[in-house]
Design a protein around this ligand. Structure first.
Ligand SMILES: Cc1cc2nc3c(=O)[nH]c(=O)nc-3n(C[C@H](O)[C@H](O)[C@H](O)COP(=O)(O)OP(=O)(O)OC[C@H]3O[C@@H](n4cnc5c(N)ncnc54)[C@H](O)[C@@H]3O)c2cc1C
Length: 420
């Protein structure tokens, strides 16, 4: 994928006229030349597509530009942990029935630390919930979202193999330049929504990004275990970093984090040695580890925009905030961005799509949830990933305390399910 070579903010005026309409885009272009052009989403990842479907449900037309070919991500096996709140969103969008055969519910979460006392259990039954979360592969989720849009495409104009190459934000609109399968093209929109996962758009002038590299990598892989997972997700804190094992079908999805040099070492081990090292780090709860699939690694960072919008442009999902995967929060925060922005756009007259006031209202609504998600994951990484004796005792005491306080567990489960 090509990086966006230029993103400019300039002040020359671009005309746009107001009329809201939900007619197909081509029809709008010919029959209503004065209609307001639709909002444009850059990136058809899960966050971009949830936004597109939410706008469709609200009767707002939208264009989506995606660099990849249709279906390119359907085989991506990375495991996402969906919260109860994300399930509700997918139910409302009629996507849930399409992914339910591919999901694995998490009935319990077990939190522990290597070489230390203290552990805690979170149980769905204790909180009157059917599950604490749901594991699904990125590919299965993308397939379900695409299937849902193919069955009911009204008002959503998805253009695949269209990599955005530049964004010029003017006083009254944004111009998006993209490569339409080899042909340069431009779209003018009152609102450009950047949902590219932070993969190609590093900086928008006027928007300050704060980045903290943890110096840690995550290694993800599917593993098989001697004992069945019984729908339990495990979070184990080790001196190198947290290890998560999520139930996924009859296997487990492993997220093994640690300093880059440490992950370098385990990434290159032969399968048998890798499985043995994992057993040492994780312990005996699932018996021996018997098989490991393809190992994929990625660097971990905390990254956030101080302000997520300019007039006529807004950034959502992983592009707006990237957090450590320790508590499975990042993806769900991104979905809540998409829902909140769709509600904001739907409640805004077309003439004011992209207005700074409306986007400021969107940001005000999202700041607390995003900030809490970033703080919580950063706190867990800092407190649970160091080997100081005093800190080890304190976190053991913290886990022990949590296991004795049902009210505290209830608050934690609520925040993890629905955000702040
Ligand atoms: C390698 C990797 C492994 C991960 N593993 C896990 C995990 O195990 N568990 C977990 O919970 N989270 C994981 N994450 C994080 C998780 O994938 C994100 O939280 C989630 O994908 C965010 O969704 P999004 O839609 O914001 O961005 P993305 O899923 O990144 O989607 C962005 C979309 O934008 C498109 N795009 C990018 N640039 C352009 C452009 N210039 N023009 C047009 N389209 C463009 C991309 O092709 C993509 O389709 C992982 C992330 C990575 C990178």
């Amino acid at each position: 994928m090509q990086p966006l070579p230029s993103v400019r903010v300039c002040c020359s005026a671009v005309m746009s006229v107001s009329t809201s309409s939900f007619a197909p885009l081509e029809a709008m272009a010919s029959a209503q030349p004065t209609a307001t052009p639709p909002p444009v989403i850059i990136g058809a990842g899960p966050v971009g597509l949830v936004l597109a479907l939410s706008l469709q449900q609200a009767g707002v037309p939208v264009v989506v530009l995606e660099a990849n070919a249709a279906g390119a991500m359907h085989g991506d096996g990375r495991a996402l942990a969906l919260s109860a709140g994300t399930r509700q969103v997918l139910e409302r969008l009629q996507v849930w029935p399409l992914i339910s055969p591919a999901i694995t519910p998490i009935k319990q979460i077990h939190v522990s630390q290597q070489r230390g006392l203290g552990r805690t259990w979170l149980k769905a039954s204790e909180h009157g919930l059917p599950a604490l979360g749901y594991v699904v592969s990125y590919g299965a989720l993308m397939q379900a979202l695409d299937q849902r849009l193919q069955a009911q495409p009204d008002g959503v104009d998805i253009r695949t193999q269209c990599a955005v190459t530049g964004l010029d934000v003017h006083a009254q609109a944004a111009d998006i330049r993209y490569d339409a399968q080899g042909t340069p093209a431009t779209l003018t929109t009152p609102l450009a929504i950047i949902a590219d996962g932070g993969r190609s758009l590093e900086a928008v002038p006027g928007l300050q990004r704060e980045t903290k590299a943890y110096g840690h990598d995550a290694l993800v892989a599917l593993v098989e275990t001697e004992l069945p997972h019984q729908h339990i997700a495990y979070e184990r804190f080790t001196p190198h970093g947290p290890i998560a094992l999520l139930p996924n079908g009859d296997k487990c999805s492993l997220v093994w984090t640690g300093e880059q040099s440490y992950i370098d070492n385990i990434a290159q081990l032969q399968d048998a040695d890798f499985l043995q090292q994992l057993h040492v780090a994780f312990g005996d709860r699932l018996g021996r580890f018997t098989q490991v699939g393809k190992r994929v690694r990625f660097p971990l960072k905390l990254s956030k925009l101080q302000q997520t919008f300019l007039a006529h442009a807004v950034v959502i999902g992983n592009a707006a905030q990237t957090m450590h995967p320790v508590a499975g929060q990042g993806f769900n925060v991104g979905i809540r961005d998409a829902v909140a922005l769709a509600e904001n756009i739907a409640a805004t007259p077309a003439a004011a799509w992209g207005s700074a006031e409306r986007l400021a209202a969107y940001q005000a609504q999202r700041t607390r949830d995003t900030g809490r998600g970033l703080q919580f994951t950063d706190f867990l990484v800092n407190v649970f990933s160091n080997d100081l004796v005093g800190v080890g005792l304190l976190r053991g005491a913290g886990l022990g305390l949590l296991s004795m306080l049902p009210a505290a567990r209830s608050v934690l489960v609520k925040k993890m399910s629905y955000g702040s």
